[in-house]
Structure formats: C-alpha cells, structure tokens
Design a protein around this ligand. Structure first.
Ligand code: BES
Ligand code: ZN
Length: 604
C-alpha cells in the first residue's frame, strides 16, 4: 500500500496560500458586514466593511486588497464603540495585490474600514446602458474567483477563510441589486436591500450584481433573474430548474442553502457559469433555445453539494472544487436524462482533456498543485475538471456506485462549511472507503493520479455509441464515401454536432466548408458552442463568408473560453493577427478585465 507520506510533502506547503497576504493561521475573520454604495457615473463602489474576528489576538491584522483606496480604519473591543487605528498599504505585487496592515490592540474583536474601489477593479465589470440588452440602465457585476474579491472588499481573500455575511446596498432608484445570499427573492425589489448569508463562505464566492433586473419564479425555491428584456427567454430555458434540484437531492441529500436562483448576465460575463451560493451567475451564451447547453447550470448547481460545502483550502487544491463538481454534474445529468446523455458529455469532456494534455507540459498535468506558482486566475485547463472527474469515476467503478455515493455524502458532511486539502481527502478516502477493498489501492494508483502526468492505467473511460456513430460518419464524409445528406440522416443534437465538427476540424478545405454551410447554415447557428467551433474552423480554413459573423461574435461575447482560442487561431498568421488586433481595439471596452487579460496575453 502506498503511504500518504509522499502526498504530504510538507504540511506547510499543503495549507500555505501563495496568493494571499492574510495569515489565517494567526487570525481569522468570521463575519463580514458590508455596506456598499454603487456609483455608476464614477464606476466605483464606496464601501464600509466591518470584519468580526474569531477571537482576540495580539498583533496586526493583514488583509488582501487590490487597487483599493482605504480611507480609514477603526477597531472595536465589544462591537459598540469604534476607535481610529493606524494602517498601512504595503507595496504588494501584481498577482497578490497589496497587503493592508491594520495595527490592533489585543482587545480588538472587530475592525471597520471605509474604502473606495478603483475604476479598473479586476473583480468588477461596469457596463454603460448601451452595453446592456435593454440599453436604458447601466449594469454592474462581480466575478470574485479566483482572487478578485480583494478588488472590491478588503478581506482575507484566501479559500481557507470562510465567513458569514450581512450586507446593505445603496444604488440609483431605477436599478435593482442581488447578492450571493439566501434572501434574494425578498430583498431584490427594495431600493436599499439587505442581504444575509448565514453559512460561512470563502471570499471567492462573494458576489453582487445590479442593473435593470427582473425576476421570474420557477418554483417555490427556484427562479431566474436577468435584464427585463430576456427574462422570459431565460425562464423558458431554465424551466426545469426545480427538477434539476430534486435530481441532485435524490443523489446527494437535501439542498442546504434554501433558495436556488440563476442570474443571467449580459454577454460580456467572462465565464460560462459561476457557482455563487444561492445565486448561480451565468453567461447568456448558454441559452440555446432548446435547453441543450443547460449542463452548465447543472454544473454550477452541483457546486452547492461539493465545493460550496467544502472547498479546496488553497488554490493548489483547486482540482477538488471542480473534479467533484464535474463528477456530480454527470451523475445529475444521468438521473435527469439517462446515461446516454451523461456519457455523451463525459466523452466530450474526455476528448477535450486529451487535446489539452497533448499541449501541456508534464508539470501542468498533475491534479494537486497544478497552479504551480502562476496566477490561479489564468490557469483554467481541463486537468482539474476532467482528469479530476475521471479519477473519481475510477474510484466509483472500483468500489461500486452505492458505496461511493454513501461515501460522498459522508465526506461532505464531515467537512461541511470548512475546507479540505488533497491529503486530507486522500486520508479520509483510505480510512472511510478503501480500507474495505483489498485490491483497491494497487488498482487505483492514487499517487499517480494526483501527482503524475497524463491519465493513469485503469481509468474508467466513458464511451458513447451515439458519438462513435458520428465519428464514423465524419470519417466517411471526409473520405468521400458518403454525401453530406447521408451524414445527418436524422436531426442531430447539439452534442452530436459538436463532436462532428471536432472530428472534421483541421481536416477540411474551403469547398467542404462551403458545402457544410450551404446545407446547415452553421455561420448563423444561434447556438454559441456550435458557432464557436464553426468560427474556429473558419479561421483555420480562411473561410471568408463567416468573417463578418466572427467579428460580430468577438465583439458581442466576452466569455473567455470562446475568446482566447479564437484570438489564438487568428494570431497564427500575420494578417490574422493584424485583424485580431483591430477587432480587439474596438471590442475590448466591452470585455471584462479577466477576458481582456486573456486576449492580451495571446496578442502579445
Ligand atoms: N468555478 C468555475 C469558474 C471559475 C473557475 C472562475 C476558476 C474563475 C476561476 C465554474 O464552476 C466553472 O467551472 N465554469 C465553467 C463551466 C462548467 C460547465 C465547466 C465555465 O465557465 O466555463
Ligand atoms: Zn465549476
């Protein structure tokens, strides 16, 4: 049997957060009380953050900030009277921001800070009225994961620190606000709403959005928020939200957070979905009209049972956040739509992982520590997601589903509302599950999964006969054995299309591109995932009829996952790069800081 010792290289490394200046081993904040004023004209937040400390301590409190102006700092011993105290903003660095050092007497139990955010706060995106769907009111939203909460709240911005939250928001009369809080359905209609989150959450799950919001109830505990102009469309696309929740509960136990709502953001939202507790934030690009892309919602929902309950203690354990979630997402999909659909998504995920592995250095193919000293914000690969999920699937196959499900429920109960390190997980796994299975350890090669490159032998690979059929058709068409008519004898689902396009991508010429477009009008697909694949192929093949659409897409959509590869493909030729730069210059005011950074890194 392998020992855990090799996993615990050093317990310090296990919990040391290289991306935060705060020192959670010395002192922890347990509650955050926020007062925020949204000033759309100046594109700033004026805030008062009151931090309640876990216990009295001696020394300074160090918080994370990025581009914040701190106006003053006070402390209190008993929560009533506050007294001015000295503070300094350290020099900091581009990845971590600047440490805020607050000098405190030993009787301090709370700290109050008045501050102002900067116009280029990395965690905020400000949209003018014209950049919204309704065109009449400005919009603001946050994206705090991985290390952007510190750009709008001075805070211990480390995943190791969980805190409860209360907040009040002030804003112009014609906009409404929501937060990652349990009470949006009551609070959001008010002009000075108050929000509460009674369960402790890490800073990366802090979230706020404000704009011309509307709401549609979908069931007594679910609903959808979005700009007024798209709320009906969004409500139709997500009409089975309650069913999704029930499917997850059937597998993983009661939903712990009260309400579950979805907020659909403007197209510049930089990620597909973000698991802000009680209120998933999502890109409008997942609305396809036929519910075919709602697995993103299932994914974010699954986070409510996985990392939102017990997250990786630092970013080196990020894989645990996403691996459990992807694994559980597929299980929920299976529960809802059957194993065929779930396997299709698993195979597509695996294909993406394999493509990614072929490009990545060995050191970036590991689960633990995959961040490797780089900025955790720019590090999203398929490894923590798909390799991680495949590892869990392999454990499931080894011990059987019934036992693994039981284990998952126990594991999240055990660590509930806390954090976990990789070796804590492995230890728990061995003690509570694997001990009963004699040949599990040699079969599983845990160490290799976690610290090795590539995919270990014995992985429980998914298969899909539906996709295999698509692959054969693609091959037959490429080699001229069948006509385009025969390729698609019955209507294909989004996922069949995606697999087909992947199979032929890079292997067809302009004539074949033309033939495809004539038959299926892919340039105007209306499904963002299909469109994205098609546009990528268009750049590769210099298929000019799609260029206008490409330019539109790059201007309208701010989702990093689409932007980065498209710009990368464009930048491969000198003319392409010139055009990409021109598009970027025009489009970048619409991009979120996170996406802007991603594209800039490609163009430079
Ligand atoms: N938590 C992630 C988003 C994230 C990760 C933001 C790291 C910032 C840093 C979220 O749950 C996620 O994984 N979203 C995916 C979609 C999902 C279906 C794989 C996305 O946005 O692409
Ligand atoms: Zn996720």
């Amino acid at each position: 049997m392998l020992s855990t010792d090799s996993l615990i290289k050093s317990s310090k490394l296990e919990t040391y957060d290289a991306y935060s200046y705060s020192e959670p081993d010395r002192i922890r904040v347990k509650h955050l009380d926020l007062e925020l004023e949204i000033l759309f004209d100046q594109r700033i937040l004026k805030g008062t953050a009151t931090l309640i400390l876990h216990e009295r301590f001696v020394g300074d409190l160090v918080l994370d900030t990025r581009d914040l102006t701190i106006e003053d700092a006070e402390y209190s011993a008993h929560g009533r009277e506050f007294f001015r105290t000295a503070f300094e903003l350290g020099a900091g660095d581009p990845v971590r921001g600047a440490p805020l050092i607050i000098h405190l007497p030993s009787e301090a139990s709370a700290v109050r800070l008045r501050y102002i955010t900067s116009e280029n706060a990395s965690g905020l995106q400000w949209l003018d009225a014209l950049q919204t769907a309704g065109k009449r009111h400005p919009f603001l939203f946050t994206q705090s994961e991985a290390t952007h909460a510190r750009s709008w709240v001075p805070i211990q911005d480390s995943p190791r620190v969980r805190m409860t939250l209360s907040a009040r928001v002030r804003m112009p009369a014609d906009v409404k606000a929501v937060m990652s809080a349990v009470n949006n359905a009551e609070a959001w209609r008010k002009s000075d709403p108050q929000f509460t989150m009674p369960y402790p959450i890490p800073a990366y799950l802090l979230a706020l959005a404000a704009g011309d919001l509307d709401f549609r109830e979908l069931s007594t505990r679910t609903g959808v928020f979005s700009e007024k102009t798209i709320v009906e469309e969004a409500a139709r696309e997500f009409e089975n939200l309650e069913e999704m929740l029930c499917a997850a509960e059937a597998l993983f136990g009661p939903y712990r957070w009260g309400r579950y709502d979805v907020l659909v953001l403007p197209p510049s939202f930089p990620v597909g979905g973000m698991e802000n507790p009680c209120l998933t934030f999502t890109s409008p690009t997942i609305i396809a009209g036929d519910k075919s892309l709602t697995s993103v919602i299932v994914h974010e929902l699954a986070h409510s049972w996985s990392s939102n309950v017990a997250n990786g203690a630092t970013w080196r354990h990020f894989w645990m956040n996403e691996a459990f979630t992807v694994y559980m997402e597929r299980r929920i999909l299976e529960q809802l739509y059957g194993s065929r659909r779930a396997e299709i998504e698993a195979v597509l995920g695996l294909q993406e992982l394999k493509r990614e592995l072929s490009r990545l250095d060995a050191k970036d193919q590991v689960l633990e520590g995959q961040v490797n000293g780089r900025d955790p914000n720019s590090n999203a690969t398929q490894v923590p997601y798909e390799k991680g999920a495949l590892f869990l699937r392999t454990i499931e196959e080894t011990v059987g589903r019934r036992r693994f499900d039981e284990f998952l429920r126990e594991y999240f109960n055990h660590f509930a509302f806390g954090t976990v390190t990789t070796s804590q997980f492995v230890e728990y796994l061995r003690k509570n599950l694997l001990y009963a299975y004699q040949d599990a350890e040699p079969k599983l090669s845990i160490e290799e999964w976690i610290h090795g490159a590539g995919i270990p032998k014995g992985a429980a690979y998914p298969t899909s006969d539906v996709l295999e059929k698509v692959e054969r058709r693609a091959q037959d068409w490429l080699e001229g054995r069948i006509s385009l008519r025969d390729v698609q004898r019955s209507a294909w689902t989004t996922h069949e299309w995606l697999r087909f396009l992947e199979c032929i991508s890079g292997r067809i010429d302009t004539a074949k591109m033309q033939e495809l477009d004539r038959e299926f009008d892919l340039t105007n697909s209306g499904n963002a995932e299909i469109e994205y694949q098609w546009l990528l192929m268009a750049v590769r093949n210099r298929y000019t009829p799609a260029y206008q659409r490409l330019e539109q897409f790059l201007t309208a959509v701010g989702r990093r996952k689409f932007l980065k590869p498209l710009y990368l493909e464009l930048a491969k030729t000198p003319e392409g790069k010139k055009w990409a730069q021109a598009i970027y210059d025009r489009a970048s005011p619409n991009y979120h800081p996170i996406s802007r950074d991603a594209v800039k890194s490609v163009l430079n």
